[in-house]
Structures are given as structure tokens and as C-alpha cells.
Write a protein of this length. Structure first.
Length: 126
């Protein structure tokens, strides 16, 4: 694989699409990023140089810093120093808009489900 920036970008965008089902198609990524389908498709094939505005749209859609798109060391499965967003149907922005009390309720429910699952593993359930 070439170390040219457009090839690194293509590899990273394809990997991000594969790792994020809600952005896993050209159409979905285009809709989420505001970048045209044609540009997204050419970007994933390293067929074009990409402007900063397009990079910003793609990075915003994946909720990563722009530099990560051009990093040879970037791993879309481990993210950029944080855990990947665990929900498909609610965005980080939607969660952030909730009052703290509601966020706490969601976190408490998630912890309850996790603890129930841990206990069931001890009992031999899947």
C-alpha cells in the first residue's frame, strides 16, 4: 500500500465504514458527513485528492479528529484514545443533550444489564 496521504485516507475511511455499521455505506456516510456520494466513493478508492472541508465532514461523521483520517497508525476499532460509541440508534450528540439526571438513568440501566449478564455467566447461561 502506498504511503501517499490519499491512500492512507482511503484505507482509514474504508476501515471506519466497516467498523461503524450506521456509516457503513457510501450513501450513509455521505448523508452523515454532508460530503457528496461521488466524493466519498472516490475518497474510498484513493482516486482523488481531498479538500479540508471534505475531511472535516468525514471526521465529524465518525466523531474523530481530522488528523486520524491521515494517520498510518490509526486503528478504527480502538478509536482515538477513547472507547468506540456503543449505540447505533443514539448519537453522542443526542446523549450529550440530555439532562444529567437522564444520562445517569441510562448509565444505571446499562450497569444493571451488565451485572445481570455477569451473574448469569456464573450460572452457566450465555
Amino acid at each position: 500500500m502506498s504511503s501517499e496521504p490519499r491512500h492512507i485516507l482511503a484505507k482509514n475511511v474504508r476501515a471506519l465504514m466497516q467498523a461503524n455499521p450506521r456509516l457503513g455505506t457510501i450513501v450513509r456516510l455521505s448523508d452523515a458527513s454532508g460530503v457528496s456520494k461521488g466524493v466519498v466513493e472516490r475518497m474510498t478508492k484513493a482516486e482523488t485528492n481531498t479538500g479540508v472541508d471534505h475531511l472535516a465532514g468525514i471526521a465529524r461523521a465518525f466523531q474523530i479528529p481530522i488528523w486520524a483520517l491521515l494517520s498510518e497508525e490509526f486503528d478504527p476499532l480502538s478509536g482515538v484514545g477513547t472507547s468506540p460509541w456503543p449505540f447505533e440508534d443514539i448519537t453522542p450528540q443526542q446523549f450529550a443533550a440530555l439532562p444529567d439526571r437522564r444520562k445517569g438513568m441510562i448509565e444505571a440501566k446499562a450497569m444493571d444489564v451488565y451485572q445481570e449478564w455477569e451473574a448469569s455467566k456464573k450460572d452457566g447461561a450465555p
